[in-house]
Design a protein around this ligand. Structure first.
Ligand SMILES: [Zn+2]
Length: 338
């Protein structure tokens, strides 16, 4: 069994195009009032794109084993299905993604089952080891049968998407707007996007000793929208302590709102801000219609966030308007189902 799953790099063209995704202005002024990007992001904070076969296999098994049994991958597929049905905690998927992102090969990934976090429950620890074992047993089958073809289609779709999306001089305006409006600073560590053919969105971004990472499914996805959305999460989670981002200001001002409602409201705002930013920069078709689950909050975003995007309102008054609208709709209403 060869165990040489070293992360290969996508063609230089793709990397060069994708790099513009991370271009951001110098940190926005406290008001966040519509400053345009000036200085480029430090090199260390730029986005790079890397192919990672371990993540590709893991996400392929996650999506494919759930859809239908795949005889060549039994019993690995069976283990994936069982762990998914067992409703493994998010920590399980986070650990497996982190392990794959770190690599560098299947042997090292499998060995990480021996050093699970002490905070993990015994059940989740068992499920994590089950997945790591299944991944290791699937690896030789993948390497012999599917790796070449899947890598080819991944490179094809990644090139088409990223070239089309990131060489039009349009997207370089998207992330600076997100930085500007969310009052975000560049990350203190590199950010790697790992494209995979198929994927789920569970624990698929995080931070390892190598820096931040994000797993981006390329097939059947609104790639740009999903990238900008997930990047917003990664950037927010990586902000230095004490940084007064829009989300932190909002959280602070809405501390009397119950956590589940706030969580739903704040996450919806990321969906809305991503959609509006893309529509403004790239046109009406650049983002999907908002999901039904957002309908509870849409009127509030339209009323209180849109003027902020238009440059007609400052950060503080926007936070106040959002919280006042949130409170005045009454705490008795449950958040809409996702
Ligand atoms: Zn999200």
């Amino acid at each position: 069994m060869r165990s040489t799953a070293r992360a290969g790099r996508l063609p230089a063209l793709v990397i060069a195009c994708a790099a513009t995704l991370g271009a951001a202005p110098a940190p926005a002024p406290p008001s966040g009032a519509g400053q345009r990007p000036a200085a480029p992001l430090p090199a260390a904070a730029r986005v790079r794109v890397e192919l990672n076969q371990l993540l590709q296999l893991h996400h392929w098994l996650l999506t494919r084993c759930a859809a239908a049994p795949r005889p060549a991958y039994e019993p690995a597929c069976g283990a994936y299905r069982e762990v998914q049905e067992a409703k493994a905690g998010p920590g399980v998927w986070q650990f497996v993604n982190d392990a794959c992102a770190l690599g560098p090969d299947i042997k090292a990934v499998a060995a990480r089952g021996a050093s699970l976090p002490a905070t993990m429950s015994a059940t989740d620890a068992g499920l994590t080891r089950r997945i790591l074992g299944a991944l290791a047993s699937a690896w030789p089958v993948y390497e012999a049968n599917d790796q070449v073809e899947l890598t080819r289609s991944l490179q094809r779709v990644a090139q088409a998407h990223l070239r089309q999306r990131f060489s039009l001089n349009a997207e370089p305006r998207v992330m600076p707007l997100v930085f500007d409006k969310m009052l975000l600073r560049p990350l203190d560590a590199p950010l790697t996007v790992f494209p995979v053919t198929h994927g789920t969105h569970t624990g698929d971004w995080g931070k390892t000793v190598k820096g931040y990472y994000l797993v981006q499914p390329m097939l059947g996805e609104a790639v740009t929208e999903s990238l900008v959305h997930e990047l917003t999460h990664v950037l927010e989670s990586g902000q230095p302590a004490g940084e007064h981002t829009m989300m932190k200001r909002l959280h602070e001002a809405a501390r009397m709102v119950d956590p589940a409602t706030f969580e739903d409201f704040a996450h919806g705002l990321v969906v809305y801000n991503t959609g509006e930013t893309l529509r403004r920069v790239l046109g009406d078709n650049a983002a999907r219609p908002y999901p039904e689950s957002l309908s509870t909050w849409l009127p509030i975003y339209e009323k209180a966030w849109k003027p902020y995007l238009d440059g007609a309102a400052g950060a503080d008054e926007t936070v106040a308007a959002l919280v006042s609208a949130l409170l005045s709709r009454g705490s008795s209403q449950a958040p809409a189902p996702r």
